[in-house]
Design a protein around this ligand. Structure first.
Ligand SMILES: C[S@@+](CC[C@H](N)C(=O)[O-])C[C@H]1O[C@@H](n2cnc3c(N)ncnc32)[C@H](O)[C@@H]1O
Length: 258
């Protein structure tokens, strides 16, 4: 078993480096290696964002780091309070901000200082008034009990060593009747031992991914009901040939006291 503290240090280092990079010409393909490739706008489009989505948010927030588009599926309404677990450069926070409008609020939480600084600077530069970025871990959310209508998250929970704790925290901060809409990577079939033990593979969103049934079970154990996979597809971006077909991107919805 890999030591949780070391996993987190490695993940923070990886995303801290990414946050400090100018991503306009390089795909950092953040759930994978940081090599030059197609622009992040293209990667984001492949992940499920429409060209309109990408054009409507600040360029600095588009890092190509996710594995889906939870905002598109969350049916956000004016005035809602939304929490994004592992907000990175803030792409989903900025998208959600438009949906909830000036009477709503979007809070992004991320444990990597450089990411939070980047997202805060972007919000300030582009005069967003209904968003907030907080430094913190999703296993111990810096958010009050029962204060949020909707929780979104995009390719982050697989990076957390204690996923049950994350879902328990999500449950704690959601209002009764609130909903969870998560995009994440899960596995279908055993991964090679050397992949499971690799810190790099963990930071690339592979080694920490749970088997799909285990992931859904943890959501239920945390207390959620009405758990539904809204969509799923094989995840292939930067996945090595030996792992193809074993990594799936899923979009999961769940409710607290529906
Ligand atoms: C793959 S990126 C996704 C970023 C963003 N959701 C997006 O789609 O662009 C993962 C982000 O989650 C953050 N993260 C990873 N583990 C975390 C944890 N345990 N608590 C808080 N943030 C975490 C990382 O710092 C990084 O910014």
């Amino acid at each position: 078993m890999m030591e949780n503290k070391k996993v987190k240090e490695h993940v923070k280092k990886r995303y801290g480096e990414i946050a400090k990079t100018d991503c306009s010409s390089c795909s950092l393909s953040c759930c994978s290696s940081s090599s030059c490739g197609p622009p992040p706008q293209y990667v984001s489009w492949k992940l499920g964002y429409s060209p309109g989505d990408i054009e409507s948010v600040p360029e600095e927030s588009v890092l190509g780091l996710g594995c889906g588009n939870p905002v598109a599926l969350a049916s956000l309404k004016e005035g809602e309070t939304v929490l994004d677990l592992g907000s990175g450069g803030g792409i989903d926070v900025f998208l959600a901000s438009k949906k909830v409008g000036p009477s709503g609020r979007v809070i992004g939480v991320d444990m990597t200082e450089e990411m939070v600084e980047r997202a805060k600077a972007t919000a300030l530069k582009h005069s967003y008034t209904n968003v907030e970025f907080r430094l913190g871990e999703i296993e111990a959310l810096p958010v009050e009990d029962e204060s949020v209508d909707v929780i979104i998250s995009n390719c982050v929970i697989n990076l957390a060593p204690d996923k049950l704790r994350v879902f328990q925290e999500a449950y704690r901060v959601l209002k009764s009747g609130g909903r969870l809409m998560v995009s994440d990577l899960v596995t279908e079939g055993a991964l090679p031992e050397e992949v499971r033990k690799s810190f790099d593979a963990w930071a690339e969103c592979i080694a920490g991914a749970l088997e799909k049934s285990d992931y859904l079970e943890k959501i239920a154990t945390a207390g959620f009901t009405n758990i539904k996979i809204i969509s799923q597809r094989p995840y292939t971006i930067d996945v090595s040939p030996e792992l193809r077909g074993k990594i799936t991107s899923i979009q999961v919805e769940a409710r607290k006291n529906p």
